[in-house]
Design a protein around this ligand. Sequence first.
Ligand code: CP
Length: 309
Amino acid sequence: MENPRHLMSPLDFSVEEIDALMALASDIEAHPDKYSHACEGKKLATLFYEPSTRTRLSFEAAMLNLGGKVLGFPSGDVSSASKGESVADTIRVISCFADIAAMRHPKEGAPMVAAKFSKIPVINAGDGGHQHPTQTLLDLFTIKKLRGSLSDMTIGFCGDLKFGRTVHSLINALARYTGIKVVLISPDELRVPDYIREDVLEHNHIPYEEVTKLEDVIGKLDILYMTRVQRERFFNEEDYLRMKDFYILDNAKMALAKPDMYVLHPLPRVNEISVEVDSDPRAKYFEQVQNGVYIRMALILTLLNIHVS
Ligand code: CP
């Protein structure tokens, strides 16, 4: 493919392109049969150097739903990375086997290195604590479906805002919409990185506040985006154990929220949302997962420049 287009950050797509992706995802959801042969003869490679359930399998489901095929590895240990092969060499090789690749890597920027050496589109499926753009696309799609708009809302991010790449990506993406207010709810040790506060929120004049108690602010939120404490990014287990149950969303806290406040979570969940909340109609985290398949189907078609009429 000449000059393949990659997805490293949600900002790689304009607001208009994200609108088009969401419209395509909606059409796929409404008319799945229309798209079931769109990628016949095409192959997706999933190159996952870090554990995943949703992202890897929803990429694979997306390609299979489009009539394509999938290949790949679920961890660096079972690839030649364990023998010392570089990301640059790996993607040169994968470019000979597949038409498009999704890469998850513990090192921030690794998918960007792959994109530099790739002949096929590379999708960042999560790089360290940095970005997770396809999670952001499905988060945006979910919010748009629930509220009809991505503007004019107060969104609270709760939990591990330091290491939570889904939070960083979504704040970056929402900064381009109007009327957004952000409430950052975290323990002091897990506050969002300075670059998110200064270069994204303050730079874009987005009103925000930082608090530690969820109960103090839940009543004013339109969306509550819960996150787990990211054990794999902690330097010591003691700090993780001290922090892991800092927030537990339960029915008592949900009673303080608006009747139309929706709860999202990128998943996996550990303890931060009590299972009793799952039956609350405002809990939308499993719908998010389903939306991820549609948006990834739309993304694969877009990056492969395949149009279905
Ligand atoms: N949301 C998400 O990235 O989940 P996985 O780690 O299971 O892919």
